[in-house]
Design a protein around this ligand. Sequence first.
Ligand SMILES: Nc1ncnc2c1ncn2[C@@H]1O[C@H](COP(=O)(O)OP(=O)(O)OP(=O)(O)O)[C@@H](O)[C@H]1O
Length: 743
Amino acid sequence: MSSKQQRNEECVKVAMRCRPISKQEIQDNRQEIVKIDPERGEIIVNNPKGEGSENKNVFTFDVVINQKSTQEHVYKMTALPIVESVLEGYNGTIFAYGQTGTGKTHTMEGNNESPDNRGIIPRTFEHIYRVIEGTPSKQFLVRASFLELYNEEIRDLLAKNAKNKLQLHENPDSGVYVKDLSSFIIQNPNEMNKKLADGRENRKVGATKMNEGSSRSHSLFMITVEMSEIKDGQQHITVGKLNLVDLAGSERQSKTQATGERFKEAININQSLATLGNVISALVDNKPYIPYRDSKLTRLLQDSLGGNTKTVMIANIGPVDYNYDETISTLRYANRAKSIKNRPKINEDPKDAMIREFQEEINRLKVELQRKMGGNIQIGPDKVVEVQKVVVVTDEQKLKELEEQIQREKNLLQSTVGKKREQIERDLADSREQKEKLEKQLKEKEEQVAKQAQEQEKYLQQIREMESKIIQGNKLKETQREKEKELIKLQIELEQRKQDERRNQEELEKKSDLVIETQKQYKNLQEEIDAKTKKLNNIVERIKQAREQTNEIHETRLREKEILLDENRTITKELKLIDLIIEHFIPQNEVKKLEQKLIFSDEDGDWNIKEDTNENHKISRPASVFGFKRPICESARMAIKFGDSNPRFRTDNILQLDLELPEKITEDFDGNVSQKVQETINIALNEDEEELQMMANEKMPIVYIKNPELISKENALNQPRVRLKSAKKTSRRPQSGLKKYQY
Ligand SMILES: Nc1ncnc2c1ncn2[C@@H]1O[C@H](COP(=O)(O)OP(=O)(O)OP(=O)(O)O)[C@@H](O)[C@H]1O
């Protein structure tokens, strides 16, 4: 936003007015909860249910008006500066807001009981015409319209048929306007008051439990003041528009006990007021979208809230405990509205100014009149142009001169006619016939003059009528107005300074509150930081301890690993020896046979001999021989024949027989190992350690070591799982001194 725009910014001025306690409230023994300090612009509302410092609500406004203030004071403090601005060409809005029965209509219209009771609207009328009277340098055209917004429908209160509903329209130049709304040119305050009274007659008013004569609609009295001035030979037109708004009261259905039509009215009233609240909030929060279109009320007030208008909001409240909630709600509403920024500017030379049209029409009529007169008294064309020029600069003096000229010409004409009549009478004797002829000519001339005079009168009448609509001040009142203007200017300046000081003070207080709050927060933060630092130190200490423990565990594990490796080496060594012995001293086919018969049992974690179910492996015996207990071979039979009582070959059942020893082909061991065997053993024992490392896999989870208790489970699990080199071959009874270890 440019600095120029910022300079033009002006906040909505908010005034608060509290009405006096009513007779009914006194009768009901109601407690007064509102205290007002007009000097400080402060209002304190005590919460009837609250306790201690909690029960005080303090608000500051640009203007606060207490219960005893006069209507004149209210006018001076709120409307007067706005009306002065409207007469300079600004737009202005004065609107009263508040709970039902708090004095909005009293503030805006007042009552007719006495002149002192007149409200803002009638005082505005007087003010406007007083200023006009004291400003002869300008011409004014004042128009008035009056409408109400009832159940979201717009009605023209000054129309012949006030029931017709009107529509809202918008155009880029003049903004939102009401189509076909009647507008009356008004020349004085009395006429204006008459229009206000006429409109009031048509306005929807009903009794609620809260207010006998409650306004059931929002009303809007619009005054347009067009001003024309000649400056440096140039015509300047400015237009000021003033909206005087009396809103219907916000209310709670529970309190008003409204039903039927009243209930519907109340819903609509509350709805449009809620929208007004939303617009205020959106403007204050600088939202990108302002919901003006949500109700007709906000559309009508669009220019007054956040637009090109100087706005005063008067928040009306009641003084007693019963209305505490509504009072606080109104004050909060008003407090927010204080921050709305408008950008008022003078409306200069608008295209559609009516005063320009009027002036042009008057000039046209005057030129026409001059032309007619000129034609009669035979004024040359050059002279007409001159007259035309004079007429263009219209004023009362010039018109008088014109009338005098007409009169002079009339007199001249009459004296000429008189002289001619004398001449005719003198010549009468000469010829009767000539006399009659001349008389006829004279009569025709007289008729012509009369007709012309009539026509001139008609034009003059028309001009006078149009000119009367344009009002112009009086020289005599000019000095008085100048003085009054000076005084008002000083008063406004003084009041503005006070209000600025108040706003600055409030801003300062807000800032110091913020500083205190920040300090408090800082203190809290410092405490939080201290607590967290303490926690952090504890955690660091615990981490340190944990690290030390981890190192210890690590070292233990390394030691355990070493031991385990050591054990592994020993086992591997032993296993290799066993392997070697098997390889070299047990026949391979026997080893294979045994391997096939052996099976590892997961249950008991040991090798068992498998039961051979293969039929082919079963020993087939010879079929039984009759007369013998069991099968018997041929040689046994022969032996029986030769008297042998136990002729069976003992080899029939080798398990019951001693082994038939093979023929001895080795020498007895005499303590000296042959060189070949010794070399083989040495190779096995000196083999690379890595190859000796043996770990069982899941199928072979058992190894035999000397000290299994030295291997922790953890270590065992972390060992690389390597299948025993000759697991099958070595899976036999362990060497003495080795113990079974299972991973
Ligand atoms: N400042 C005041 N001094 C004396 N009487 C007042 C004042 N304000 C209001 N009253 C009286 O209180 C009554 C209610 O006031 P008024 O009708 O103006 O309220 P309202 O806010 O316009 O109500 P509604 O919203 O229902 O139209 C009227 O009788 C009025 O004369």
